[in-house]
Design a protein. Sequence first.
Length: 330
Amino acid sequence: MYAQMIKTAHKGVHKREDMSPEERAFQDKIDADIKIEPRDWMPDDYRATLIRQIGQHAHSEVVGQLPEGNWITRAPTLERKAILLAKVQDEAGHGLYLYSAAETLGETRDELVRLLHEGRMKYSSIFNYPTLNWADIGAVGWLVDGAAIVNQVALQRTSYGPYSRAMIRICKEESFHARQGYHAIMKMAFGTPEQKKQAQDAVNRLWFPAIMMFGPSDADSTHSEQSMAWKIKVKSNDELRQQFVDQTVPQIEYLGLDLPDPGIKWNEERGHYDFSDPDWSEFFDVIKGNGPCNVDRLQNRVAAWEDGAWVRDGLLAHAEKKAARKVAAE
Ligand code: FAQ
């Protein structure tokens, strides 16, 4: 359904004067901050935009397990291993809440997964970078989950009810993820010179990819204007990026690490930190499939899907037998 909807999607922003009476009533609800629920009337493009964003978000949670899963067997202590296991497992749960939210819009999880595996749907750019040392795991929790929280706290107020409610639950778990990450990187930054060097290396490599997570600059964002009019997004990409930089720079300073961007400077007049743009050509290249780990991540997901076929088939066969027995007994 989604693949078809995207082909016929309206280009540009819906203007009030061109809206049908139904669409005007829908927009009035949005403007009055009334949540849209699955059985309410909604424009096809609103539905398609939500399926795209929620689907990509779900895929990000699931693909996002891979860079950290890579370190579960190599975590330095039993405690760190247990924490990392719990965190990675939470990400799978977040994927499930989000696929379920997309199902309320009429799109199946199987279809979204198929589109991901065929390279027709995206997931967050950040997960196409490798995790090379243990400090990266701290940095992922702190910076990547930290960026995800900034975005997701805003999304708690998104206009679509099931997405908003999924975000409230996810944010509670994400805050544990970010704290465990900061705790892990703190141990490294305050540890031996070699550990501190690893922490600095992780921050240097992951800083720009983390600030790219918020998407292209507002000027280059194709969906923002309409998504903000529909309150699918309640803050712009650049607003959220600035919020993340402002909260993270003092944390880097507390760790005693060098700032990863020479352009970071407090701007008294704006009341915000100035910072340098990431290399946007790298961002667009990564989301086109050319990042350091894109091929590997997708191959991994496809292999997991294929290897798990016998479990899905078994569960379905069991459910069918159970349903048939129930019908026979009635
Ligand atoms: N990566 O017009 P916009 C997490 C695409 S969760 C890849 O600005 P939009 C938890 C965009 O899709 C992280 N693609 O797009 C965790 C569009 O392409 P399309 C995920 C990106 O949707 C932690 C094009 O660029 N969070 O990390 C990215 O209005 C640790 C134009 O961009 C969410 O998904 C990107 N970074 O705004 C899990 C939050 N940015 O579709 C495991 C929900 C943009 O036309 C371990 N999503 N693109 O082909 C959102 O808030 C929005 O979708 C944005 C992008 C803000 C990401």
